[in-house]
Design a protein around this ligand. Sequence first.
Ligand code: ZN
Length: 334
Amino acid sequence: MNTAKIELHIHLDGSLNIRWAYERSLSQGVIPPETSFQEYYDLLYGKNFAPRAVSIQKFQLVCDILQTREDLYDAAYELVKTLAGEGILYAEIRFASQQHTARGLTQYEALKAVIDGAKQAQNDNPPIRIGIINCLMHKGESASCNHEQNLETVFVTKELLGKGAVGLDLAGYENNCPLKDYAPYFEKARELGIPYTIHAGEMGIASHVKDAVDLGAQRIGHGINAVSDPVILEELIAKRIPLEVCVTSNIKSTLNYASHPVRELIRRGVFVTLNTDNRIFAKTNLFNEHAQLRMIGVTEDELMRCTYNAVDAAFCDDDTKKSLRAELRKDWNL
Ligand SMILES: [Zn+2]
């Protein structure tokens, strides 16, 4: 049974078609003309994600080719087409519009280009449905270093909310500065009725998850380090706050599938959803995530529960959720 149907946490820049990215990198002069495909592949697919400077370089490399309307449109189109081909029924794709203004695009234009590309691919590849999440960015030691850009991210997301955009996120390196420093953006988001998730407890400690909950996050990006704090876990369960768990993406450094806390989180009753994060860097897709979890003893019922959790947690309307549940039931003969 294919339970890999709904994905809520997937970054556009980390999930490009690598051949397409190579060709665009050459044509745009992002890499030297003598770079072979093998060399480019090795640059992105280095064995270990750590140290952090290396991962930043990789994101920079892919971000450099996503600076025009056409490139953002094409990247979103390709990703949605690929997801549809893998049987995904619904996906929320995230990117940060403020990372795509280096060649003159406004954040609004960048967000619109991604929405337009995703919508066209959605129309060409039914029945997949797509929502776009725009990310605020942790960029330095203080939230003030990109204050204007983050504020603009909130406003352009509001402008396109319900027209392809479905919510906000806070991405970047969570240990840069306290999550609470971003409270004003989330206050504004609540005032404007924009749903949001927050990356927390991935590279940072359990209390970051509590900070994200206190900031009003409806979902937590990763959140796996909450496993070390029973009080925070209880709060996640009591408030029904789902975690967007991305197992393969987490295991490149110290964890492996057996030592990853995903099974414990599921069995303790946390609302786990399963996701890929970055398809290029993690070398995975959602089907593989489910397959790997089966190998470590996660049951079909648990995988199915994670998929239904994702429907419940999605930033889409109730009619869409209803039809997704109906499609899943039909698929699984329930
Ligand atoms: Zn992420």
